[in-house]
Design a protein around this ligand. Sequence first.
Ligand SMILES: Cc1ncc(C[n+]2csc(CCOP(=O)(O)OP(=O)(O)O)c2C)c(N)n1
Ligand SMILES: [Mg+2]
Length: 319
Amino acid sequence: MKTHLLGAYQRMLAIRVAEEEIAKYYLENKVMSFVHFYVGQEAVAVGVCDALDKEDRVMGNHRSHGHYLAKGGDLKRMVSELLGRENGLAKGKGGSMHMIDKSVGFVGSTPILGSVVPLANGSAFEQKYNHKNNITVAFCGDGAFEEGVVYETLNLAALFNLPFLLVIENNLYSVNSKLKDRRSEKHDVEKIVTGFGVKYVKADGNDYEDVYTKASTIVADMKSGKGPAVLECITYRHMAHSAPLFDDAQGYREEDVLEKRLEQDSLKKLKNKLSKEGINEVEFVEMEKEARARAIEAIHHAAISPYPPKEDLYKNLYV
Ligand SMILES: Cc1ncc(C[n+]2csc(CCOP(=O)(O)OP(=O)(O)O)c2C)c(N)n1
Ligand SMILES: [Mg+2]
């Protein structure tokens, strides 16, 4: 277990540190392409993806750096995409919100809220139809869960008993609007989901082990034919909705103030656990140094990579 947790810590740390370095680069170089940072939510992506096989598929949304990297993605190709370079995941034409890398089973991310949910369900349909013993996971936010197409999808997933897992990352906000300003007091995600005949499980999205344990059970059940599920992970988004900035000065956060976010931080929790298992501070510092060096190298690699040539402007576009 110690080895597993150490690996999980390193995977989460790699995402955290990469985003910190990317944020720094964006600010220093005035990069204008849109970006939504995942800092704070790493335990969800890594906890879920650690429960998957390479052939299982993942789809994401506008906040998917963590999902892609947790599925085994290539940091260099991801950063190249963010900076619009030819060697990026979508040949530099998609940016942060349109990543795809079939080689690791990351079959796409789409920023239109909720849109990825039926697409992922279609992928799960194909897996079942072709007797593949694999599943498809869609990650969506609490805001996206309010889109109508999500309910149509849950209905079909249950009807066809599909190997489809919807992970809701409930970070309490859609941009800056709070759950209580968007939903009635009686709104009940569990009742909605189970009302369609879909299994519902709730996890502490700030706790890797809770997410991983629950995701593993769901995935094993799904692979033995038990049908679709929703895993709702309650978590905190540490940074502003978009742009690489902190937004505490805006004063809209009530429960998830900085102090609480830091206290509940998933990396911190895992680090405490590993310290008790005998990993010392020097080893932690070394791990962070290595992760930071990899991130800086990936950014440098992207920054010196060429933009797509002019003659490719209209190639690979689907509009
Ligand atoms: C259909 C649609 N409406 C509005 C938007 C603009 N938008 C982008 S992200 C976002 C908030 C999404 O909140 P949530 O799904 O909870 O994800 P989070 O940003 O919290 O990770 C909104 C409203 C959009 N992309 N798509
Ligand atoms: Mg949200």
